[in-house]
Design a protein around this ligand. Structure first.
Ligand SMILES: Nc1ncnc2c1ncn2[C@@H]1O[C@H](COP(=O)(O)OP(=O)(O)OP(=O)(O)O)[C@@H](O)[C@H]1O
Ligand SMILES: [Mg+2]
Length: 320
């Protein structure tokens, strides 16, 4: 098996979606906004926030899965129907940049040609032509960074543009970004009023007597990986010791956890084996993929459960 095939098999982990409680709540809530906006006088918009790697873009993709693009025939003419789409606020965040990014997602052939006013006009026309019912606008925190957007007037410009677009098109919007960008919405009463629904994602908890979201998350992934990656076997991640080691390695962050699992599958396949062991997890951890998210300083896959618990506690106190 060549490297490409090995990596392709491991990367299939990206296709697994786990509807853990907060992800499910966000997906259902966004779908609710779309449905209710169809009959409401004003569209229902939402903000989806979470730290890096907590699954914001994954939630957007889960929403889009249920709303695929299609070609319809209207009065003998083919039209592309885009019920919902995903776009990103570019950095630096300018009106022209945002409009161009939306146009690109809407299939405009020259999304970067034209003035801000011209591009905005095309966005409005295109949203109508494509019968769009929902816009997912990611990387909202780009309004906070870069020298240009740090200047109040640029932020105001884009915020006002978003408001106007919603007013003119009646298409609900979900602003997606890091927790710090919520202040941008709350600082403007008109924006705060339009974006009342808030969905939050965070690192997943391990739980106590009852299994927490993290345990259920890795259990679901572990159960799906053999089929997706075509492996003969994978460790049982419903076991507390194994799940705790993964929790220590990732801090409960979904992105660090899946990143480590991918690296582990690569370690297995490179050793020309088809069954993953916990030793493969230890080797993958040594490579360093999840170490910046780790709660411990020693490889957690080489510790007993007792040592692991002690190391996690010490790690939290910052003494190990
Ligand atoms: N619900 C989920 N089911 C399965 N995997 C998930 C889920 N949420 C997150 N992941 C994993 O974590 C990775 C990172 O998630 P994602 O890109 O959605 O995070 P993000 O919050 O958008 O991060 P960033 O702020 O850096 O853009 C995904 O590629 C996936 O492997
Ligand atoms: Mg993202």
């Amino acid at each position: 098996m060549d490297q490409f095939e090995i990596e392709e098999r491991a990367n299939r982990i990206d296709e697994i979606y786990v509807a853990h409680t907060s992800a499910h709540r966000a997906v259902a809530g966004i779908e609710d906004c779309l449905r209710r906006s169809l009959t409401a006088a004003e569209p229902l918009n939402a903000v989806l926030i979470g730290r890096a790697g907590t699954g914001k873009t994954t939630v957007c993709n889960a929403v889009l899965q249920h709303l695929p693009r299609r070609i319809d025939v209207r009065e003998g003419k083919e039209v592309t129907v885009i019920p919902a789409f995903y776009s990103e606020i570019p950095s630096p965040a300018t009106i022209r940049g945002v409009a161009s990014s939306l146009l690109g997602a809407l299939g405009d052939v020259h999304p970067d040609r034209g003035t801000a006013i011209n591009l905005t006009h095309r966005v409005i026309t295109q949203l109508k032509a494509c019968e769009t019912r929902l816009i997912l606008l990611d990387e909202f925190q780009h309004l906070l960074d870069e020298k240009r957007s740090r200047r109040e007037e640029y932020r105001q410009d884009v915020s006002n543009w978003v408001k106007t677009l919603i007013n003119k098109t009646h298409v609900p919007m979900v602003l997606v970004g890091m927790p710090e960008c919520e202040v941008l919405v709350d600082a403007d009463p008109q924006l705060a009023r339009r974006f009342q629904r808030r969905f939050r994602l965070d690192n997943l908890g391990f739980g106590g007597k009852e299994k927490g979201e993290f345990r259920l998350f890795v259990e679901a992934l572990g159960a799906a990986i053999p089929e997706y990656c075509n492996l003969a076997g994978f460790p049982d991640l419903s076991s507390k010791t194994e799940a705790l080691a993964l929790y220590a390695a990732s801090g409960g962050n979904p992105s660090y956890a899946t990143g480590l699992m991918k690296e582990t599958v690569i370690v297995t396949l490179r050793a020309r084996r088809e069954t993953t062991t916990m030793e493969d997890f230890a080797a993958a951890y040594d490579i360093g993929v999840s170490q910046s998210g780790s709660l411990v300083k020693i490889n957690p896959f080489r510790l007993s459960q007792e040592e692991l618990v002690r190391n996690i506690k010490n790690g939290f106190r910052g003494v190990n």
